[in-house]
Design a protein around this ligand. Structure first.
Ligand code: ADP
Ligand code: MG
Length: 686
């Protein structure tokens, strides 16, 4: 029986009772459709027998032979060792877990067939835990064998059988109607039949890499479903109301005069784009991308100024206290001459002060609030929030952004949102994760910046690096020495940084060297940053806490320890802390040999390029999207089959199809989203 969307429950399949349904639900399999879209992550070729003499390490094969010997070995681990022979040779098969029944079924003179992947072991090639059976009369499969993601209580074989059963159902097409008008691609049902049971002569390599046309057709449908989610998001947002904010031109002029520098063309263009949005009675949702140092803060200040002079409150949220304080200072410098003073709200603030701020916020006497995660916590209420600015958005989850937005939402208006990111987002991701936003790019650096001279050096050069650093400090430079660890533990990071501090202090006794790390209290961190900014500290030994946003123009020298451990995007962010002033800047990437080929490639990309967009594209190609966006957001782009790096050429097609479908049929839209995304809520908030 099918439900409203033509869905056939998995319980309708033969042999699936409540207990089995329960287990399948752990894999999010509820309907025939879910089952059909549960796709193999690899394949095995079990279609032919291989003579034992031809077995090769790491290449799966089916063999058939007689058991000549069975024994239990008591070594470091107890195991059952079976010797199997055919006309061409013999091989050892080993089981570390086995039952009495298994032992008996593998007694000498039994003939078995098994599939396994030979590995080099104690006695030459061995098979560990192969699939085996005594049913020699059964023909070999004529299709490749799919391997699925499984869960406890649902074995690979069981799942294969259930899916095969599903494929044979006469009502399959009813449960999975064709939804994409898609003449250039194979039909959905054909695709599913193919990917669950590829013919013997299918190109396995192509299937394994997801490049088979049947897989690509499915990927296109999936991408289209996600694009539909984004199209819907955008249209929902456009139906909400927002205050139309019009700038006070006289104040804007004064602002320009007090700045002390001229805005770049790119900054002016982006400000213009923002002002256009703010002037409309629908909420802005704009992402500003700009490479490190491109001057996003002043663009944000300009937007804030517009909203403030139009009589609305503004909230700016930054991912760290150091950064919130830095913004607070910049905004105060720029806006105080106009009579607008920001207020800082952070988690580490004294409770009484926080309470006072919250009261002032609610009464409306605080107009501009700058802070950290503390901003979207309970008890924070705005009187008239007109604009939300989020800095370094990849540090926040989508839900955190929503939470802040909802604080300013009343029955009839939604605040405008300006989102800034220094992690340049490759085009493929802009077209997926961020397609519901409008996008502005600051593609120009303020004048007078020269590229950071970057070198890649083995750790053996450490002493030479230290004397170079010493000489640079002698000439008035300030430097960061960044310590990195693989472990995400701040305790270990802090220890490593302390060791480096001791090392540098001993080697460079004339320098004033201090330490900053994530285990320090926020007030300690701020005090250190303030002294560094004031020039009292020459070398700042730091963990990656300084990665995001910190701006000290006089710092023009950076050493990164164990640079091979960090991703490209993160290294680029770190390097962006230097090269902010007029003087030539240097970044030395120290690595611990031996360097693998990928790491070598990564560091070379960084040495040869300063272009954040190029670097992000390379990072995407080398490591995939999750690493660029950080853990928080990578969960938002979990696809069943599509892969953004591999299938990016399908995005424009998916985008076009989505717009077509959205304008024609709400029913198809819902059905596609349900099919591929399941929980549609993910795209229900803008
Ligand atoms: P990011 O885009 O990385 O957030 P910031 O906003 O911190 O960059 O700006 C980096 C530095 O450049 C700051 O010291 C800022 O005052 C300065 N700056 C911004 N715009 C200009 C400009 N048009 N001309 C000169 N300096 C600028
Ligand atoms: Mg910034």
């Amino acid at each position: 029986m099918a439900d409203a969307l033509g869905q056939i429950s998995i319980a309708e399949l033969k042999g699936i009772g409540p207990a089995q349904s329960q287990k399948l639900s752990r894999l999010n399999l509820y309907t025939l459709q879910d089952l059909m879209l549960h796709l193999p992550h690899r394949y095995e070729d079990r279609t032919r027998l291989t003579p034992i003499v031809y077995l090769a390490p790491d290449q799966g094969a089916v063999i058939e032979g007689d058991v000549v010997h069975t024994q239990i070995q008591f070594g470091r681990r107890r195991s059952l060792l079976v010797t199997l022979r055919d006309d061409t040779g013999q091989i050892a098969i080993r089981f570390f877990h086995f039952s009495k029944a298994q032992q008996l079924s593998l007694a000498p003179n039994r003939r078995i067939r098994c599939y396994g992947v030979p590995r080099r072991g104690a006695s030459g090639l061995e098979l560990y835990h192969p699939d085996y059976s005594n049913a020699l009369e059964e023909p070999l499969p004529t299709t490749l064998t799919p391997v699925y993601p499984i869960t406890e209580g649902v074995s690979q074989n069981r799942l294969r059988k259930i899916i095969q059963q599903g494929l044979k159902r006469p009502d399959l097409a009813l449960g999975l109607p064709c939804l994409l008008p898609n003449p250039d691609f194979p039909d959905l049902i054909d695709c599913l039949r193919y990917v669950h049971a590829p013919p013997q002569d299918a190109d396995v390599q192509r299937l394994m890499t997801g490049l088979d046309p049947h897989q690509r057709a499915l990927a296109l449908e999936e991408l289209t479903a996600h694009q539909l989610g984004l199209v819907k998001l955008k249209s929902q947002l456009s139906q909400r109301r927002a205050p139309a904010l019009i700038a006070d031109q006289a104040l804007i002029n004064t602002f320009h005069q007090t700045l002390g520098f001229t805005l770049t063309q790119a900054q002016q263009r982006v400000i213009e784009e923002i002002n256009q949005d703010l002037g409309k009675p629908t909420p802005m949702l704009r992402l500003v991308q700009g490479d490190v140092g491109s001057g996003k803060t002043v663009v944000a200040a300009m937007a804030a100024l517009v909203a403030l002079t139009a009589g609305h409150q503004v909230a700016l949220m930054a991912p760290t206290e150091i950064l919130a304080e830095q913004h607070n200072r910049s905004f105060a410098d720029w806006l105080a001459p106009l009579g607008l003073t920001p207020t800082l709200l952070t988690g580490s603030m004294k409770a009484s002060l926080k309470k006072q701020h919250l009261a002032d916020l609610e009464s409306g006497s605080i107009r501009l609030l700058i802070g950290t995660h503390a901003l979207f916590q309970e008890g924070v209420l705005f009187e008239r929030l007109g604009l939300i600015i989020i800095d370094e958005q990849h540090r926040f989850g989508v839900n955190q952004r929503m939470a802040l937005r909802d604080k300013g939402r009343n029955s009839d208006t939604t605040p405008h949102q300006l989102i800034m990111t220094a992690t340049p987002i490759p085009r493929t991701l802009t077209m997926t994760l961020y397609a519901s936003m409008d996008c502005s790019v600051i593609d120009e650096l303020p004048p007078g910046r020269s590229p950071v001279q970057t070198s890649v050096l083995a750790n053996a050069k450490r002493e030479a690096v230290m004397s170079r650093l010493d000489a640079a400090c002698q000439m008035g430079a300030q430097a960061y020495w960044v310590c990195t660890l693989i472990e995400t533990s701040e305790v270990l990071n802090a220890q490593a940084a302390e060791a480096v501090l001791a090392e540098l202090s001993a080697a460079l006794p004339r320098r004033s060297i201090e330490l900053i790390h994530g285990r320090m209290s926020n007030s300690e961190k701020s005090a250190i940053m303030a002294r560094f900014k004031a020039g009292e500290i020459q070398i700042l030994v730091a963990t990656t806490v300084i990665e995001v946003g910190v701006d000290v123009p006089n710092a023009n020298f950076m050493v990164i320890d164990n640079a091979e451990r960090l991703g490209l995007t993160q290294l680029h962010q770190l390097r962006g802390r230097v090269g902010r002033g007029k003087a030539q800047s240097y970044c030395l990437l120290l690595y611990q040999p031996p360097l693998g080929p990928l790491s070598k490639q990564r560091l070379a990309v960084l040495r040869d390029s300063q272009d954040g967009f190029y670097i992000a594209e390379q990072d995407l190609a080398i490591r995939g999207p999750g690493d660029i966006l950080g853990e928080r957001q990578s969960g938002d782009i979990a696809f069943k089959i599509a892969d953004l790096a591999r299938d990016d050429d399908l995005l424009p097609i998916a985008n076009r199809l989505a717009n077509q479908i959205a304008s024609r049929s709400e029913e198809t839209t819902q059905a596609l989203m349900k099919r591929w995304i399941g929980v549609v809520e993910r795209y229900q908030q803008a």
